[in-house]
Structure formats: C-alpha cells, structure tokens
Design a protein around this ligand. Structure first.
Ligand SMILES: C[S@@+](CC[C@H](N)C(=O)[O-])C[C@H]1O[C@@H](n2cnc3c(N)ncnc32)[C@H](O)[C@@H]1O
Length: 345
C-alpha cells in the first residue's frame, strides 16, 4: 500500500490553491459524468459506486480527516482512478467548487440530524443549501438523501418543498425503500435497530441558467511601511496584538478576523502573528509576518505558515495589522501595498 502522503497527493484536491470552480475534467484527466457524495463517512458506499462505474468521476466531501483517511485507503487498495476527496464543509464547497449544472448525481447519506432544537441551525440541509444543490445539478440530475431520523425527514421535506428547481421522483416527498441499494454503515445500524428509513430522490427538471462566477487565486497580500521606527516599539506592539478581533461584512458575508497568538521570531527578531479568518463557512488559520527590512522599512506579509487562499478576509487581516502599526507609529506611512483586489475570493 502506498504511503499516506502519496495517496493524499493522488486522491485529494488542494482546493484552497486553485481557481474556483474546479476544472474537474482536468483533475480526473477525463470528461465524464460528475457524481458527488457528501459526508461519506467510512467511504465504502463511495468506493463501491466508483468501482462499479469506472467511466464516471466521483468526488466525496468530508470534514472529518479520519474519514478522508479511510476513503484514501480503500480507493488505493482497489486502485480506483475515478475518485477524489475534498476536505471541508459541504455547503461551502458545493457552492464554490462546482459550476452550475455540472453534477449528474448527489448522494447525502445520514447527514447529522442535530436533534436538539437549539442545534437545528447546524443542519446541512437548509434553504440556502437546497437552492445551491438545485443549481449545481444538471437538468435530469438527481439528489438522493437518506435519513432514519423522522424529525429531520420532515424538516428536509419542508426544505425541498420550498425550493423551485427540484421535484420528487416519487409521488410522495420520500419513500421507505429504494430497491437495489447497498446500505451504508449508518443505514445498516438503523436497519438493525428496526428504524424506518426515509429516502428522498429529487430530480432537477428546470433549466434556469445561473451565471458562473470564476474566482481566480489572487496575489498574496503585503504592505510596505516606511519611516522612522524603533524595532523594540513595534515588537512590543505586535506582542500585544493577541486576542484582537475585527468583524466586517463583504458581499453580505461576515468576516471575523482574530489574532490568536503573537510571537517574536527567535532567529531574526521579526514578528509573527497567528491569525484565524472566518468568512461565512470558510475558516483559515495562517501566519502574518512583520519583517524589519531596513532601519526605515517594514514589510507586512503572509508567512509561509498555513498557506491561506488570499480571500478578501485574508487581505483585510494584513491591512488590519498594518493599520494597528500605523496608528501607533504616526511617523510611518504606506509605501506600497498589494491588497487592492478586493473583488477576488
Ligand atoms: C452520520 S455520518 C454518516 C456517514 C455515512 N454517510 C453513512 O451513512 O454511514 C455523517 C458524516 O457526514 C460528515 N459531515 C457532517 N456534516 C458535514 C459537512 N457540513 N460537511 C462535510 N461533511 C460533513 C461527518 O463528518 C460524518 O462523517
């Protein structure tokens, strides 16, 4: 069996680094129907589908790293060439990485039901998700959703009834049996416990065209400050930044920027701060370096830690750090900055 690092490179897609939506025919080296499974758990259902249909391209989304590892093991052992895994939040990845009308099938098996009412907002299948799901499916494409949780099933039926692109394949919103189906791990557990399962099969039948917004990877942001400063003053300023939080909106998406830790790098005395930026469903953790370039020049840039995608929130974080330094050191001024492309990401 190949080492984990090799299977990661072979079967996962480093989606933070590339343009969105992903060019799937290029990733797979073939143009074929594209099928997505969301929350694939132990990966057996996905690997079995891929083994049975070698001309079809399968993508699985999971946010649990252990599940990704289990899938990679399976597809490597079976030498499947037509499966790729994406690590992250399904709602976010479906919206950004898949073009409208690009998916032939979507499978959502036993999505976490979040039974407590105060946790209902964590449920994956919600109005905004269902709207994106409908748009990403091709006309004639189908989503199959299975759950053993009666309350979540009623919730899903309501969500699907409210969207406008998908229709139930059956006369009812769901059925209790799907012929020919091989149960997933959670499905088998429910069957063994004698719980009824609710299968939703909904097909897209409306050809509403939605514009694709291509999101190129932008330049890495940096700011150069010039003027007189004392290195010690800046270092203690940087050390006090831990815990700072900024909140702003951009295109109706909330961004939260939080400084987690700040360090004085030991080897050269430069500053380093660890930052978390959350924009909607995307959270990125990375470092911002404060580099003392000359006696009268400071460079604020992304460090090599974390390799974030330079989204609006990431650029804003670099600007905020520069602003804090500018406020405290009025003798400094901005000599140059590459954070201008706010439209990207
Ligand atoms: C209850 S398990 C079901 C696993 C498998 N589909 C089965 O039927 O055996 C739900 C799975 O979905 C994943 N998951 C839940 N919410 C997710 C999200 N928003 N994005 C990606 N994966 C998610 C979880 O990590 C977990 O592996």
């Amino acid at each position: 069996m190949a080492p984990l690092s090799e299977t990661i490179q072979k079967y996962t897609v480093p989606w933070l680094q590339g343009d969105w939506p992903v060019d799937w025919p290029q990733v797979f080296g073939q143009a074929g129907d594209l099928v997505l499974e969301i929350g694939f758990g132990n990966g057996r259902f996905l690997a079995d589908m891929a083994a049975a249909r070698s001309k079809v391209c399968f993508v699985g989304i999971e946010r649990a790293w252990g599940s990704i590892r289990r899938l990679l093991k399976r597809i490597d052992a079976r030498e499947l060439k037509n499966v790729r895994a994406l690590e992250g939040d399904a709602a976010f990845l479906l919206r950004h990485l898949f073009a409208p009308q690009s998916l032939s099938e979507v499978w959502i098996n036993f999505s976490d039901p979040w039974p407590k009412e105060r946790h209902h907002n964590r449920r994956l299948i919600r109005d905004a998700f269902a709207a994106v799901l409908g748009e990403r499916l091709k006309v004639g494409g189908e989503v199959t959703i299975a759950t053993d949780h009666a309350d979540y099933a009623a919730w899903i039926a309501d969500v699907l009834a409210r969207q406008s692109l998908l229709q139930s394949v059956y006369e009812t919103p769901f059925v209790h049996e799907l012929p020919g189906r091989v149960p997933t791990k959670y499905e088998q557990r429910a069957i063994d416990a004698g719980l009824p399962i609710h299968y939703f099969a909904w097909r897209r039948d409306v050809a509403l065209s939605v514009e694709t917004r291509i999101q190129k990877v932008g330049d890495m942001p940096n700011v150069i400050l010039e003027g007189e400063y004392k290195r010690g003053d800046i270092q203690s300023l940087v050390a006090r930044m831990a815990g700072r939080v900024w909140r702003e909106t951009h295109r109706d998406i909330w961004a939260v920027i939080k400084v987690l830790e700040s360090y004085r790098q030991l080897d050269d005395g430069h500053g380093l701060i660890a930052v978390m930026v959350r924009e909607g469903e995307l959270a990125q953790y990375f470092g911002i370096s404060i580099v003392f370039r000359r006696r009268d020049q400071l460079l604020i840039k992304l460090s090599s830690i974390g390799q974030p995608r330079p989204t609006w929130g990431v650029k804003l974080a670099v600007m905020k750090v520069a602003d804090v330094i500018l406020e405290a050191q009025p003798s400094l001024r901005v000599a140059s900055r590459t954070v201008g492309n706010w439209g990207d990401g």
